[in-house]
Design a protein around this ligand. Structure first.
Ligand SMILES: Nc1ncnc2c1ncn2[C@@H]1O[C@H](COP(=O)(O)OP(=O)(O)OP(=O)(O)O)[C@@H](O)[C@H]1O
Ligand SMILES: [Mg+2]
Length: 369
């Protein structure tokens, strides 16, 4: 009569390495499950967030870059990436310049079933209107003067993989209808072709523009917007990521120093400046400033000056801002950051800000936060 382990349910087989690996995993899962009963929902949520960040960090094949973030807004982004990645849904990524839109698109691809197939990026704003159609959809021989041979477009080249259309807000209207056809029927049409062709491609699009106003001005098709908008990921600007500013800065400092075989650290004053600066160019700006600072710093510590964060720059309020506007800007920034740090817990945020819960609700309403 074979003996069965009451932790993992498998027949006891002490000489099998797979058995030990399986047994260990099942026992740990069982332990986690029993401990979970005594944890609060809040704590379980934090545990899941932590797991999601860890999985995102290590997952995927070569070339997968580390996606850094611990603020509640970024944990939400990571969770969305993990949820949408294995589906075939189109994804619309929104965010200011330098917030990580391309990195997000790549993270989705890397975590999808398409990860071994091509990931092709096209910047709709960088290619002249006349060429964009040929680039995306290809053409048949003789379709226009100079088309001596037929050519595949990027949609066909990305077969089985993902196409990332950056700056989708800049796509000309004439091409938007072709894109809509692709989203509806998965069919693309080469220029000069008689009929369409079915392609198996996942679409991810991104923009740093307000598509709502592009629609109102007639520059973007409403129906295309609704198709794309089915799953949206909004990347928050770095200034709204609370302590992530410091985590990101330390991450890049360590990474670049490692690449250059150096050891450098930030001074306390530099860390304060990183916290206070509004980072209008987001992560990209931070990368540039830190690379430069590593070169500029003569000692092993990196100062506020090395980072080129002069004291007066650190406040997001320009010289010609009136007092009332300046106060409002600071209030909005402080409230957003604190809410972020507290995972949107109003009571905790109010306590940290030194105001009542009711006042915080009033501020939120006043500024539409
Ligand atoms: N959370 C993050 N952790 C680590 N690296 C990041 C993060 N966000 C962005 N980066 C890095 O910052 C740089 C800019 O990111 P990315 O190109 O994805 O931004 P973008 O939103 O597409 O910018 P743009 O609008 O300028 O095209 C890249 O080198 C990317 O790897
Ligand atoms: Mg980009």
């Amino acid at each position: 009569m074979p003996m069965v382990c009451n932790a993992c349910g498998w027949e006891l087989a002490f000489n099998s390495p797979e058995y030990f690996a399986y047994h260990e995993k099942q026992s740990l899962l069982k332990k986690l499950y029993s401990e979970a009963n005594s944890l609060t929902t809040d704590y379980l949520q934090r545990l899941i967030n932590f797991m999601e960040v860890e999985i995102l960090k290590t997952g995927g094949s070569e070339g997968f870059q580390e996606f850094v973030g611990a603020s509640s807004v970024m944990l939400e982004v990571f969770s969305k990436i993990r949820k949408v990645a294995p589906t075939d849904l189109p994804v619309l990524i929104l965010g200011e310049s330098g917030t990580g839109k391309e990195l997000t698109a790549l993270a989705i691809h890397e975590r999808s079933l398409r990860k071994d197939k091509p990931f092709i990026t096209i910047n709709c704003a960088a290619i002249p209107e006349g060429l964009l159609e040929a680039e995306l959809f290809g053409y048949e021989r003789g379709a226009f003067t100079g088309a001596y041979a037929s050519k595949k477009g990027k949609f066909e080249c990305a077969g089985g993989g993902t196409i990332f259309l950056d700056e989708i807000g800049d796509m000309p209207l004439s091409l938007q209808s072709k894109l809509l056809r692709f989203l509806q029927d998965r069919v693309i049409e080469r220029i000069g072709a008689i009929g369409g062709k079915k392609v198996d491609v996942r679409l991810i699009a991104a923009t740093n523009r307000d598509l709502g106003s592009a629609i109102a001005e007639g520059r973007f098709r409403n129906d295309l917007y609704y198709r794309l908008n089915a799953f949206t990921i909004s990347l928050p600007p770095v200034r709204e990521r609370g302590e992530d500013k410091v985590i990101l800065a330390r991450h890049f400092l360590n990474r670049f120093c490692r690449e250059m075989g150096l050891t450098k650290t930030f001074t306390g004053e530099a860390i304060e400046a990183v916290r206070a600066y509004p980072w209008p160019g987001n992560v990209r700006e931070m990368i540039n400033k830190i690379r430069r600072a590593i070169v500029m710093a003569e000692a092993n510590s990196i100062s506020q000056q090395d980072l080129d964060l002069a004291a007066q720059q650190t406040m997001d309020v320009s010289k010609d801002t009136g007092l009332r506007d300046a106060i409002e800007k600071i209030e909005v920034q402080k409230i957003k950051e604190t809410l972020n740090t507290c995972g949107n817990n109003i009571s905790r945020a109010a306590r940290l800000l030194g105001v009542s819960r009711q006042s915080l609700y009033n501020y939120k309403k006043k500024y539409g936060i």
